[in-house]
Design a protein around this ligand. Structure first.
Ligand code: ZN
Length: 296
C-alpha cells in the first residue's frame, strides 16, 4: 500500500512538473502583452468618409454547451466599392466536428455541433471580393476555415496581423499560425504600438489586446454612426462583459493560459465603451450579440 501511494505521489508530481514546463512559459508570455488600451478619442479617429458602409456576419457552425451556445462566426466588412474584409474564418466540417468532440469533453456539450457550412461555401461568389482577412486570434476555431477559403479565393487577398499576432505563439496558436502563414493570403504586418491601420482598409484599426492569447487583437470598425469593437475571445459571451464575469479558473490557468488581470482590465474597458452610443462591442462566439448589432 505504501509503495502504491509513493508511486501515485511520484506520478502526480511528474504530471505537475510536466504541466508547469508546458504552461509556465505560455503564462509568462501572455503577461508580457499589456499596452495601454486605446482611448475613446483614438477609436473615434478611425472614422473616415472612405470607411465601410456595412458589416454583416456568417455563422459557420454552432453547438449548445452547458453554459449556452457557442457560435463560430465570421464578420464581413463591406465598402461602397464592393471590397470586403473578413474577420475570423471558422472551421470546415471535419474540424468543427473534432472541436465539438473536444467541447463535449471539457464544456459539457450533450449534442454534436450544428454545421452550417464553411465560410467560402456560405459566401459563395462573394469570396472573390475579399481583399483582406484578419483574425481576433490564432486558435484553430478562428483560423482553420482559411484552408477552404483559399481553395475558393486563390491568391489576391492579404492577411493583416499585428506584430504580436504574427510573431508570438504558444501551444494553442502555433497550428493556426502555420495555417495563416502557408495560406493564399499575402502577409501584411501592422507594426507599431497603439491602434494600427492599413490604407487599403480605411476605417479599420487593430490593437494588441493580449489577455486571451499573446496575439489576441481587437478589430475596430468605424461605420458612419458608430464604431464596432470586435473583442474576440476575451470573454465567451457578451453577458460576461455586461456582468463582469471571469472565465472558470480551470480554463484560464490550465486549459488556455490567460492573463486574467489583463482580461479583467479589457472587460471593464469594453463595458464602458459599450455603454456609450458611439460604440458597440461584439463578442466572437456570441451569436445573439452578432444578430443584435450586425446585419446578416
Ligand atoms: Zn474561440
Amino acid at each position: 500500500m505504501a509503495k502504491l501511494l509513493k508511486l501515485v505521489g511520484v506520478v502526480l508530481i511528474l504530471g505537475l512538473v510536466a504541466g508547469l514546463v508546458v504552461l509556465l512559459p505560455a503564462h509568462l508570455q501572455v503577461r508580457g502583452v499589456a499596452a495601454e488600451l486605446p482611448s475613446r478619442a483614438d477609436l473615434l479617429a478611425l472614422r473616415t468618409e472612405a470607411g465601410p458602409s456595412r458589416v454583416g456576419f456568417i455563422t459557420t457552425s454552432q453547438q449548445d454547451l452547458d453554459r449556452g451556445t457557442i457560435g463560430h462566426n465570421s464578420v464581413i466588412v463591406e465598402w461602397p466599392n464592393g471590397d470586403l474584409f473578413v474577420i475570423d474564418a471558422g472551421m470546415d466540417e471535419k474540424s468543427a466536428r473534432d472541436f465539438g468532440e473536444l467541447m463535449s469533453t471539457i464544456a459539457g456539450a450533450s449534442s454534436p455541433p450544428v454545421i452550417h457550412g464553411t465560410l467560402a461555401e456560405l459566401m459563395g461568389a462573394d469570396v472573390a471580393r475579399v481583399q483582406g482577412v484578419g483574425f481576433t486570434h490564432l486558435h484553430i476555431d478562428h483560423t482553420q476555415g482559411l484552408v477552404d477559403f483559399c481553395a475558393s479565393r486563390g491568391d489576391g487577398a492579404v492577411a493583416l496581423q499585428t506584430t504580436n499576432q504574427k510573431t508570438l505563439h504558444n501551444l494553442h496558436t502555433s497550428e493556426g499560425a502555420g495555417i495563416v502563414d502557408s495560406s493564399c493570403l499575402k502577409a501584411v504586418e501592422l507594426g507599431g504600438d497603439g491602434l494600427v491601420t492599413d490604407d487599403r482598409f480605411p476605417g479599420i484599426g487593430a490593437f494588441n489586446l493580449g489577455g486571451h492569447t499573446p496575439g489576441s487583437t481587437l478589430w475596430a470598425v468605424a461605420l458612419a454612426d458608430r464604431v464596432l469593437l470586435f473583442s474576440g475571445d476575451i470573454t465567451n459571451t457578451k453577458a460576461s462583459i455586461d456582468d463582469d464575469v471571469d472565465k472558470p479558473w480551470i480554463y484560464s490557468y490550465l486549459l488556455v493560459p490567460e492573463d486574467t488581470g489583463r482580461t479583467a482590465e479589457i472587460r471593464h474597458w469594453l463595458r464602458e465603451l459599450d455603454g456609450d452610443d458611439a460604440f458597440a462591442v461584439v463578442v466572437s462566439h456570441d451569436i445573439a450579440n452578432h444578430a443584435a448589432v450586425l446585419s446578416r
